[in-house]
Design a protein around this ligand. Structure first.
Ligand SMILES: [Zn+2]
Length: 412
């Protein structure tokens, strides 16, 4: 065990030690640990990627935790670069406006400040919290006050001292990264108790993970796979209550969860019970659904592997398309290595000329496809399959074929 990794022995939400191994995946390196050419000789550590089910509170989680300082200080994801996300944040801002017309808005994991900027333009006071230095500085340069720190109880007190209570605190795609969510909620409560404020999170939704075979969203940054059943219990146990839930299409399927202090002024909408009923009908509160999910993923992997190996045996060349973080989970679990893929194309400039985590497959620009004329493209960023195919239609018109690995294996 290396210094940046530890393994917890109890549930992150309820502290129970009744954890059952639910989805066993292969060990992987950290999903975003792309390397430069000069680092190719250095071997990269692999960490267990096993998902556990808490039989007490029904929460699904990783127990192998990587030090967040290591994971997030140099984080590069910039929300303002994607048009789809800017639109998402504008809609989100309009939604929040229905609850509070003024006051302090705090965004935890504020990235480049794209979301807060909508509030600032509308006269709200705003503050972002973002530990990734480069991105936080970009937000500050764009006029969004940002604290370059991790959120915790002591930071919540500092903010309260200088800015007072918050009307709304948001945490978008952050809550599943937090190893001590109880302390996180303590900080939230401290900031909203004097304002009857609300706390809104957006997290990937477990129902979508299961129904759409999104197993490759399981990697070390995502410690939690949230269901409303377990989240509702967890918030209740910590003096908060969920009063509304919306389903979103982002990240393959997410939920926006609205919470307030127990007994707060917003009525509890029927959406909360609707989500819980749906989850109970699917059996998300029992271990079997996760064991069946594992079996399904393994059989997709075997089928894909048989196909790729037979193509290689025929002398075909195969390349990958897209090097998102989740490709690391997919490649390690489905044994897609350098013997199968000659190289991987990614449209993001900052990934080109780097090598994939652990397997060190080169990442190049799509110009390589024209020069090398591969026979098959395996789409690793399979959630973007239709736009990747559209962008590379000349490859297809010249006889090339696409392989889409998930949600069901497909050749086009
Ligand atoms: Zn638990």
């Amino acid at each position: 065990m290396s210094k940046i990794h530890y393994q917890r022995l109890n549930c992150r939400q309820c502290n129970s030690d009744k954890l059952i191994l639910a989805i066993k995946l292969k060990e992987t390196p950290l999903a975003n640990s792309f390397v430069k050419k000069s680092q190719l000789d250095e071997s990269q550590s692999l960490y267990p990627l096993d998902v556990y089910f808490c039989s007490e509170c029904k929460h699904l989680q990783l127990i192998d935790v990587i030090d967040p300082n290591y994971l997030y200080k140099d984080y590069l994801y910039v929300s303002g670069t994607s048009k789809v996300f800017v639109q998402h944040f504008e809609d989100y801002y309009r939604c929040v406006k229905n609850y509070f017309k003024s006051g302090l808005i705090i965004d935890i994991g504020s990235n480049d400040g794209t979301f807060l900027n909508f509030f600032k333009k509308d006269g709200y006071r705003v503050i972002g919290i973002e530990p990734a230095e480069k991105i936080a500085k970009e937000a500050i340069d764009n006029g969004i006050a940002t604290l370059i720190k991790f959120f915790n109880t002591s930071l919540s007190k500092e903010i309260f001292e200088s800015l007072g209570p918050a009307s709304v605190i948001t945490a978008n795609n952050v809550f599943a990264h937090v190893d001590n969510p109880t302390s996180f909620l303590e900080g939230i409560k401290y900031l909203i108790k004097d304002s009857s404020g609300i706390f809104i999170i957006e997290v990937s939704y477990l129902v979508d993970v299961i129904n759409k075979n999104l197993f490759d969203t399981i990697y070390h940054e995502h410690l939690d796979y949230h269901s409303i059943i377990s989240l509702n219990k967890f918030f209740q146990a910590n003096g908060l209550e969920i009063f509304n839930i919306e389903h979103l299409d982002t990240h393959g399927g997410s939920v926006r969860v609205f919470a307030q202090l127990k007994g707060g002024k917003f009525p509890i909408k029927t959406s909360v019970m609707d989500f819980i009923k749906l989850e109970e009908s699917l059996g998300l509160d029992k271990i079997d659904i996760y064991l069946n999910f594992s079996k399904k993923i393994n059989s997709i992997g075997k089928e894909l592997n048989a196909l790729l190996n037979s193509l290689k045996a025929e002398g075909k060349t195969i390349i990958g398309y897209g090097a998102p973080a989740k490709a690391t989970t997919l490649m390690y679990n489905f044994n897609i290595n350098q013997d199968i893929l000659s190289y991987i194309v990614d449209d993001s400039k900052w990934k080109q000329d780097l090598y994939t985590p652990g397997m060190h497959i080169p990442i190049v620009s799509k110009d390589f496809i024209k020069e090398n004329k591969p026979d098959y493209i395996l789409i690793l960023a399979w959630n973007f399959a239709s736009s990747i195919i559209k962008d590379n239609i000349s490859f297809h018109n010249n006889g090339g074929k696409f392989i889409i690995p998930l949600p069901n294996l497909e050749i086009i």
